[in-house]
Design a binder for this molecule. Sequence first.
Ligand code: HOC
Length: 383
Amino acid sequence: PKVTTDPNLLEEQARKEMVLQRGFEYIRGSAGEAATMHANRLAFRSWKIIPRMMRPTGDRDLSVKLFGKKYRAPILMAPLGVQGTMHPDKEIGNAKACAELGVPFTLSTSASTGIEELVEACPEGDKWFQLYWPLDEEITASILTRAKKNGYQTLVVTLDTWVMGWRPSDLDTANIPFLVGVGDEVGFQDPVFRRKFAERTDGETPEESRVLAGMYWCSEIFPGVSRSWEEIRILRKYWDGPMVVKGVLSVEDAKLAVQYGLDGIIVSNHGGRQIDGTISSLDALPGIAQAVGSKITVMMDSGIRTGADIFKALCLGAQAVFVGRPVVYGLGIAGKDGAYAVMANLLADLDITMGLSGVKSISELNPSRLAKIQHPGDVRSNL
Ligand code: HOC
């Protein structure tokens, strides 16, 4: 099937046409009543582009440099988990699409594709690796060593998901056990429950039981307790490349990221999937960029749906953005070709938006190109 170019219709198309239907509710879902997810969209609507005319912009350059490496455009694929529950092409199809477009692909710790498996199936293209930080240091060391050995360039450490948010759509469909491949027989995502379940071995080992393996895995990477900033030094033992933290929404945490020697931050509320009612990423961005933008690489995610959104995020201080749901809707509808279509559309949309606004290169984007308005109005709920 052909994936729509209309961002207002994509979610609805995915709802109807996604090859593996059950994955749809998981990806669409947000925490609580989805107020944060909608706030993410409203924030983009509250900024308006002020275009300039009569400026030749024929030879536009979208490239950016991140951690000393040049990338085609300021767009990366977000570390979205369990893509095998959306389409059999899973992360491999998505990574191939990104590689063909020159967009870095970020592999999630909770991917349906292994660290080595992805590189073997798709050796081409830039790859970053996202860490859900396991409780056990030996497991952490093993994951990071494998990622490094297999050429993943940048480590993205997610800070905001030491337990999964309260997501009604997953709770109502008992989706979590399904997502980790253990079937419907075990329910709730409470970490204490999971740890107890994992320890109730009945003589079985995780190697023998898929259910136990899934529960052990979940209780390791979503342990129900947060790490502390001091513990970043543990990760530094096993990762000497660029390391960024994802989930920063306050100036204070951004400053701590600088203090603890991180190379970058991703201003993010996890697409509204963790805490319902948080500040939108775009609203948090300008203050953070102003406070730390000269000391650390600032990127953002949560709510990007169009080229204009990317334009605005860059004007407000992001050096690059991550895109998640839309690309995986494309993957779910038409596999690799669908992911390719959505990502290619975003690149083209950004390119045209820049040109029409009188901008030739990313370095020309700054707050003076935008105006903030007071009443953005409503947005469609399906964004
Ligand atoms: C159940 C396994 O970042 C999300 C992800 C967490 C991935 C866990 C998938 O859903 O927001």
